[in-house]
Design a protein around this ligand. Structure first.
Ligand code: EPZ
Length: 416
């Protein structure tokens, strides 16, 4: 298994381009199932998760063509509306094919994703919404089996804010008979990006980005071309890496407008942040001030940036309190950061982080995508060499990671 070796102590400086958003591209690629016409997507990040989804779509009969960051999907020949356990277990976002398959073909068999390192991650809200739209849904032998001649528009209320739940139901509603209203909808920018793509394909959607989304079902969608939005979590991750090393970077092809809560915290920590039209600049202080945070649905502080902030707080001046309210087990990076010398005490969904003067390089193990990002950030500022094992987690969500870090002056190399 690949490892990453990082020699700590360099200030990051320079300029890199941010890739397309993984969590926008995943639902958007599934939207191609909703039409028999070809759909072209640009700024699609080259990530393992994207590759996994494209293989799954191919298995269903979708014609996939890909050239660098451009992907064209043709779902006219789909003849197998099934997502097998073998595919879904490696990438739980595969559940996002469920809504489009039921909407277009009236039937779908999708393996339950199962949990992952950060939590049980059930999909009961996805199922509840489809049932409310008239689908007969059975969960047996680890598969969700949904059937309906045609979905009917309905008033849906999710018990909690769910990003992919909102996305699945919004896609399903595009071809339903009548109006669907999704209340308590997720407001994440990735939901808005998906809605913009669906509207370009002929869907009738209003309210995306708010907590009530209205969809007027239509008989068919048509082809379109859509550019995937920038990855705000990749952006935030590099901002944290620059901040903790006291560096100065410029990130292009991205926007500060999706990261208000994260940028606020970085400024509270002592960073100078300048937003340009499609770039962000950050200059870190000699030492960051500790900043407390509580994860919540957008536009509040994103759970996908929690691990990265635990890493920068580990060497900040002062004590911070981190509360994780979205997932039940998203502190696995804490024990690995402790191996580097961090002073972190975990109490349920709260972490108390006492900033230490320095971390010391060691061998650590990645456990999930964003936890591995936090270990990289810590390794960049630790004294000596840090070896991060199981970095396949990283390759799922960060495109050309060591290339981008090296371009900013980090001393990092991959060991095959
Ligand atoms: C999306 O996951 C993201 N993934 C996650 O990013 C992100 O952490 C998460 O939203 C929260 O922002 C993609 O978009 C592909 P949820 P998702 O449904 O949709 C509970 C990353 O690192 N819930 O918003 O699966 C759930 O257990 C990944 O890029 C139910 O109980 O998250 C969680 O506690 C990690 N039943 C909470 O809601 C359901 O039916 C929010 O989950 C659905 C969710």
């Amino acid at each position: 298994m690949d490892k990453l070796l990082i020699e700590g102590g360099t200030r990051l400086s320079g300029e890199i381009a941010i890739s397309g958003a993984k969590n926008a591209a995943l639902p958007i690629l599934c939207a191609a199932l909703l039409t028999k016409e070809p759909v072209t997507f640009t700024n699609v990040p080259r990530l393992n998760d994207i590759g996994t989804l494209l293989r799954l779509l191919e298995q269903m009969g979708v014609k996939v063509s890909r050239d660098a960051d451009v992907v064209t999907l043709d779902a006219s020949g789909v003849d197998n509306p099934v997502a097998s356990y073998e595919m879904v277990k490696t990438m739980r976002a595969s559940i996002l094919v469920l809504g489009p398959l039921v909407a277009r073909f009236g039937e779908a068999r999708v393996s339950l994703p199962g949990g992952c390192a950060i939590g049980a991650r059930p999909v009961d809200q996805h199922i509840k919404g489809l049932q409310a739209m008239g689908a007969e849904v059975k969960v047996e032998h680890g598969y969700v089996h949904a059937k309906v001649p045609r979905l009917k528009g309905a008033r849906l209320f999710t018990d909690m804010v769910t990003v992919t739940g909102t996305e699945n139901l919004m896609m399903a509603a595009c071809l339903a008979d009548g109006e669907t209203v999704i209340e308590n909808a997720a407001r994440e920018p990735e939901v808005v990006d998906l809605a913009n793509c669906l509207v370009a394909m002929g869907a009738r959607i209003s309210g995306a980005g708010g907590d009530v989304i209205r969809i007027q079902g239509v008989d068919a969608l048509h082809g379109a071309t859509h550019r995937v939005m920038p990855d705000r979590i990749e952006t935030g991750t590099y901002l944290c890496a620059a901040a903790v090393t006291g560096g100065e970077v410029r990130l292009t092809g991205t926007s500060a407008s999706y990261l208000d809560s994260v940028i606020d915290k970085l400024m509270d920590a002592g960073c100078e942040v300048t937003a340009e039209r499609d770039a962000i600049r950050l200059k870190g202080p000699a030492r960051l001030a500790a900043v407390s945070l509580r994860t919540s649905p957008y536009p509040a502080f994103p759970t996908d940036m929690q691990a990265q902030f635990m890493a920068i707080n580990a060497v900040a001046d002062g004590t911070s309190i981190i509360r994780e309210t979205i997932f039940e087990n998203r502190f696995m990076h804490a024990v690995e950061l402790q191996r580097l010398g961090a002073d972190i005490r975990i109490d349920g969904n709260t972490a108390v982080v006492k900033g230490v003067a320095k971390l010391e390089g060691a061998t650590v193990m990645a456990t999930d995508l964003r936890a591995s990002a936090s270990l990289i950030i810590a390794g960049l500022v630790a004294e000596g060499e840090t070896t991060i094992e199981r970095i396949y987690h990283l390759d799922r969500g960060y495109e050309r990671l060591e290339e981008k870090l090296s371009a900013l002056g980090a001393r990092v190399r991959r060991l095959r």
